[in-house]
Design a protein around this ligand. Structure first.
Ligand code: TRP
Length: 372
């Protein structure tokens, strides 16, 4: 970490992320109140916009302008199927669903089974394929409909994707890949090529329509390095640069900045049982004091609390109720146990419905999948 106290790359998040600094480091734009006002002409502001969960972008103002002139964009986002889906993964997907509804646009969803195979020593091709289909169920369970949502695994749609991937690959030098991703001689060549695959869906809509269509990519800001590369080659390859719409990452339940698959207690997975989920929440890291008495006197700190973060990011949409909780927490009127209990109620109810929808999605997968 040398001279910095945090690291954010597509494969690693470490330390306490300073999201403002990240905007400068990556060179992205802030979602300003001006931009939000323009958004409000289309729909009331979603809590994730009001609260700055989605907070940064590249050229979204351009995409909106195109849209307003009748040139509709499409959405693209994705998932590297290295395991089951947790709630942090779904945060940008929930917002993507909202965007799809507001703007009445199409979504391409990429499952990068190739990525997780080449980047991970312990996953077999069969395992990443299975996880890809498990992850697809979670996307579908969020309410995406097949008429405007298409999902694909890189390895199953490669005949269509590959010609676009080589258009990208030809224009990215090894030295650029090294500079952007920090590759070394020991990296395998699949890893070095991979960013060309993640670029493809940014142009896929144009290829399938036979004319250039703007693309907007809602996702967590850790993916920006890939899309800097994609944007750099876009025009040379004959396409529009994709516009980006970035969110912060849902903090770990056990404290720290990103949920991690190596620490299962740090995240709620969509396949967790009610009991497992409740236990994780009851063990979560909070901003509380060591003793009840101390907390009643001094109050607690919602700013560092994982439980509050879950309410803030997803589980309390009502702004007045969130403000009240913040107040009760700071003044010691509510203790962490009670607050965790409230969150557990919300999360367990969400999981129950989600799991039912996920079951139903199993019969509908083929309506969504693109394969060659
Ligand atoms: N690289 C992403 C991951 O590891 C997967 C991904 C592919 C993605 N295309 C994307 C994520 C587009 C966001 C947007 O999870």
């Amino acid at each position: 970490m040398a001279d910095e106290d945090f690291v954010v790359t597509p494969w690693e998040v470490r330390g306490k992320v300073d999201y403002e600094k990240l905007v400068e480091k990556f060179g992205t734009q802030r979602i300003t109140s001006d931009l939000l006002q323009r958004w409000e002409k289309h729909a009331p502001l979603h809590p994730m916009l009001r609260r700055g969960v989605f907070y940064s972008h590249r050229d979204f103002d351009w995409a909106l302008e195109m849209y307003e002139k009748g040139n509709r964009f499409y959405l693209y986002t994705g998932r590297g199927p290295s395991g089951h889906t947790h709630i942090g993964h779904m945060m940008p997907w929930m917002f993507t669903r909202h965007m799809q509804e507001v703007f009445k646009v199409k979504l391409y969803f990429q499952l990068t089974d190739d990525e997780k195979f080449v980047f991970n020593d312990s996953l077999t091709r069969e395992q990443v394929r299975e996880y890809a289909y498990e992850n697809a169920l979670d996307l579908i369970a969020l309410g995406f409909e097949p008429h405007n949502t298409k999902i694909f695994l890189d390895t199953e749609y490669i005949h269509t994707l590959y010609p676009i991937a080589i258009e990208v690959a030809k224009r990215v030098t090894f030295s650029t890949a090294k500079a952007v991703f920090g590759f070394e001689n020991s990296n395998n060549i699949g890893e070095i090529f991979y960013t060309s695959m993640q670029a493809v869906p940014a142009f896929l809509g144009s290829v399938r329509e036979g004319k250039n269509v703007p693309c907007v990519i809602p996702c967590a800001i850790d993916q920006d390095p890939h899309f800097r590369v994609a944007r750099d080659v876009a025009e040379q390859a004959g396409y529009y640069k994709p516009a980006m719409f970035y969110c912060k990452m849902l903090p770990s339940l056990s404290g720290g900045d990103k949920m991690s698959s190596s620490a299962p207690g740090s995240a709620i997975y969509t396949v967790d049982t009610q009991k497992e989920a409740r236990k994780k929440i009851m063990n979560a890291f909070t901003g509380g004091c060591a003793t009840v008495q101390e907390q009643r006197e001094k109050g607690a700190n919602p700013e560092v609390c994982a439980v509050f973060a879950y309410f803030f990011n997803i589980f309390e949409e009502d702004g007045a109720r969130l403000a009240e909780l913040d107040q009760q927490c700071r003044t010691g009127k509510i203790l962490c146990g009670e607050c965790k209990g409230r969150l557990a109620e919300r999360v367990l109810a969400f999981l129950k419905t989600h799991q039912e929808r996920r079951e139903k999605a199993k019969d509908r997968l083929d309506e969504y999948m693109l394969r060659d």
